[in-house]
Design a protein around this ligand. Sequence first.
Ligand SMILES: [Zn+2]
Ligand SMILES: [Zn+2]
Length: 148
Amino acid sequence: MFDNFTKLGYNSCMNSFTQILRQHNLKVTPQRLAIVEVIHNYGHINIDKLYEEIKIKFETISLATIYKNISAMTKNTILYEVKLPNEKSVYETVKDNHSHFLCKKCAEVTDIDINMEKNIKSITQKYDFSIEQTDLVLSGICDKCKDK
Ligand SMILES: [Zn+2]
Ligand SMILES: [Zn+2]
């Protein structure tokens, strides 16, 4: 659904988010749009940083309001919560199925593409589990931190 967004400009992007919110019967509010916009621009962002960013535009907004908005949009699969080991969750706009790399030094989260199909097949055969979610978080040191 969001595949083309990187190629789209700001306005068409915001129009699409407006449409997506409407499709899910969610009220389109300036705060809600700002939240999606910030998350989309960052790629992945945690609640503290998001709160800081939103407060620049909406000085009186509370953390509780941001949480409420995020949870409504997460339930409607507009946003996705990436749970990280030993770090606060980050949020992203829903994209194609992918996994994540977490840098233990700078805490930067990067999308990584792992072909899970082959692995799932062997896991299913070996353990007889039925696998529903395939998002992984791998952690280590990113390329930028390696050079330091
Ligand atoms: Zn790093
Ligand atoms: Zn991601």
